[in-house]
Design a protein around this ligand. Sequence first.
Ligand SMILES: NC(=O)c1ccc[n+]([C@@H]2O[C@H](COP(=O)([O-])OP(=O)(O)OC[C@H]3O[C@@H](n4cnc5c(N)ncnc54)[C@H](OP(=O)(O)O)[C@@H]3O)[C@@H](O)[C@H]2O)c1
Length: 298
Amino acid sequence: MSDTQLASSGAAPLPHPVRPSVPALPAGTAFFAGQVALVTGSESGIGRETARQLCQQGAAVVLNGRNAERLAQTRQEFEAAGYAVTSCVADVTDYAACEALVGTALEAFGRLDILIANASISQRAYFADMQPGVFRQVLDSNVYGTVFPLKAALPHLVRSRGSVTFISSISALNGMPSGSAYCAGKAAVANLAHTLRLELADTGIHFGVVHIGFTQNDPDKRVLAADGQPVPIAHRPPRWQKSQAEVAAIILRHIRRRRRRTVISALGRLIVLVHTWLPRLGDWIVLRTLRRMRHFYE
Ligand SMILES: NC(=O)c1ccc[n+]([C@@H]2O[C@H](COP(=O)([O-])OP(=O)(O)OC[C@H]3O[C@@H](n4cnc5c(N)ncnc54)[C@H](OP(=O)(O)O)[C@@H]3O)[C@@H](O)[C@H]2O)c1
């Protein structure tokens, strides 16, 4: 919807509370005061930490996930901390559920300023072994799980000249063995952000992508094996991992600065460099490490 279409629809743009460019903020600054954020997949992990920091910086937040019990626990924890929060159980690969999710934000807080498409299922499975339905499940959660919340939220984000962030991965920058559907989905949403930035340029909405690197996981995080069974994620050296709080702080800075792309970690920036300038070297490194450190990928 363009600004002209918005005007003719009779819906007045909301006051725009986002400052265009800011330096790093001292802790406790309520930069997001008056704004409403929807974070998909925020009952756990990085999404929960991002939601927490948004609340701490003054936003009202809608939490989401598919597990009602875990979502209720997270909501209770946030309410106990005095945060402005509500929640909605919704599978973000279901468009009707996404409409209900956005409806929850509007009903509770009356507007929507920030969408963070974070919900995702990952995998530990080589393409040749993967059941087709499992490939689709992983791809759908990353692609339609991003597209559908945005489709449902778009008219409201136009009104607020809001901000949309797709959570991608550094593994989408070059591809990664045992991550076919996940990498394809994460690369797709990065490309989608670019297209939408062009297509919806006159709306003033910020479209950005954050490519996250290795991050500490909740102990009960599960990804899909080739047969669709949930399994623990591959072991990553702890010293290579950022904490969820560090990653959340980077996501918030990305939103405050309305950045197009943020690549987290030195490894992520190295992948960008090698992929762009020395792609054959990049493949050689991956193939060598795949032979020598197979457990790293599995
Ligand atoms: N951790 C890392 O090292 C890392 C690295 C690169 C990128 N990332 C990205 O960062 C984001 C967060 O990752 P994380 O490590 O925090 O993962 P996580 O702990 O598994 O969190 C993912 C969240 O998404 C929810 N979810 C999954 N499918 C959903 C669906 N269809 N509808 C609604 N909610 C759904 C999950 O809850 P339910 O399953 O109960 O619904 C969970 O709350 C993801 O996009 C991930 O790809 C993470």
